[in-house]
Design a binder for this molecule. Structure first.
Ligand code: FES
Ligand code: FE
Length: 377
């Protein structure tokens, strides 16, 4: 059992049940993922009008598409007639409209109800009134962000503001021109762990010396097991012998032209709550999005983004992909190793954080605040 009074240098974690309880997870879905801005899909997946993707945001299925005027639209993926799921596919393309497979109500790309069998005999069915219910959208960094809240919080404050807090200013990320980069590789990880274990892992580098041999070769300052990834706003320097951010430290790909000299040969890692992690290196950007699906399961979609000509020319990106793919697998293994312990009675009251993990305590306070359950003093 954890002693009731901890030494000053240690801080208690959340209790084990916070990582296993389905009721608590539903609360997080409601008060975090269905309330905040959520990074849903890469804009380039909706290249033309009618292209669509469906994603799970909190407990809702959301249909995201591009309208004729090229704007992005997102809707609850629920038919207004009797509630059938409108689109079952994860991705696809329609010509002009979405037709419900149940009774054939048909909605245009703006969500307006444009056809329904025998609609003329049902004059009280308003075509606008019974259109799909929309959710707020925003495009930034080449991704579509959605917000299910009736009154969405300020994107500038909550999303862009958080990036500024991590990096000092917004230019530090804009130099990479992330919206204009192309997806060189996408890997989807099915992680059998609670989403908070994944966030906590990303926030600390106390584990780097133990589980990340390749990463610590490239970034020697991570080898002392102390550097906090969450706070590498200064950028961790590549080792002297290292040529590029690759699995063997060999040369990388073409440097993104906007990256200034003082950001060259450096690695930046930032989290944008609640579900985005971004890594910036001179020749590519690694962009992770988490989709929490159960208390003990999280899907992580990770894109490796390069200059478009690098991808189009078919250059070999595998050595740079392999570095962070290994890091991801090492991290997710650690999270999966931790998940069963969360239901042990030994962990009912939680564990402890060492001083270099103090920002995880701030994350726990933030979660508690969102759920309206402040940490007992
Ligand atoms: Fe969709 Fe009836 S439920 S048309
Ligand atoms: Fe790690």
């Amino acid at each position: 059992m954890i002693p009731t009074s901890l030494p000053d240098s240690l801080i208690a974690t959340l209790p084990g049940s916070s990582y296993t309880d389905p009721g608590g997870f539903a609360q997080e879905q409601e008060h975090i993922f269905e309330t905040m801005w959520f990074c849903a899909v890469r804009s380039s997946e909706l290249a033309t009008p009618g292209a669509f993707r469906t994603v799970e945001v909190g407990r809702e299925s959301i249909l995201i598409t591009r309208a004729r005027d090229n704007s992005v639209r997102a809707f609850f993926n629920v038919c207004r007639h009797r509630g059938a799921r409108l689109c079952a596919e994860e991705a696809g393309e329609v010509k002009r409209a979405f037709q419900c497979p149940y009774h054939a109500w048909t909605y245009d790309l703006n969500g307006k109800l444009v056809a329904a069998p025998n609609l003329t005999k049902m004059p009280d069915v308003g075509r606008t009134e019974f259109g799909l219910v929309g959710v707020a959208t925003r495009e930034w960094l080449g991704y579509v962000w959605v917000c299910l809240a009736e009154n969405p919080p300020s994107f500038e404050e909550d999303v862009i503001g958080e990036v500024i807090t991590r990096l000092g200013d917004v230019e530090a990320i804009e130099h990479y021109g992330i919206g204009d980069l192309a997806v060189g590789r996408r890997i989807v990880y099915d992680v059998r762990a609670n989403w908070k274990l994944i966030v906590e892992n990303f926030m600390e580098c106390y584990h780097c010396a133990t589980i990340h041999p390749e990463l610590t070769e490239v970034l020697p300052e991570f080898a002392d097991g102390y550097a906090a990834q969450y706070y590498v706003g200064h950028g961790a320097e590549f080792g002297e012998e290292v040529q590029g951010f690759t699995v063997d430290g060999s040369e990388g790909l073409d440097r993104i032209p906007g990256v200034p000299d003082d950001q060259d040969r450096r690695y930046y890692a930032i989290t944008v709550k609640p579900q985005v992690f971004i890594n910036l290196v001179p020749d590519h950007v690694i962009f992770h999005r988490m989709y929490p699906v159960a208390a003990d399961r999280t899907i992580v979609e990770c894109d490796w983004l390069y200059l478009p000509h690098v991808v189009e020319s078919g250059k070999d990106v595998s050595r740079s992909v392999e570095l962070f793919d290994r890091v991801n697998r090492q991290d997710f293994d650690a999270c999966e190793r931790t998940q069963p312990g969360m239901s042990s009675r030994m962990y009912a009251e939680g564990g402890v954080l060492v001083p270099s993990e103090h920002h995880i305590a701030a994350f726990h306070d933030w979660v508690n605040e969102r759920l309206g359950t402040p940490r007992p003093q």
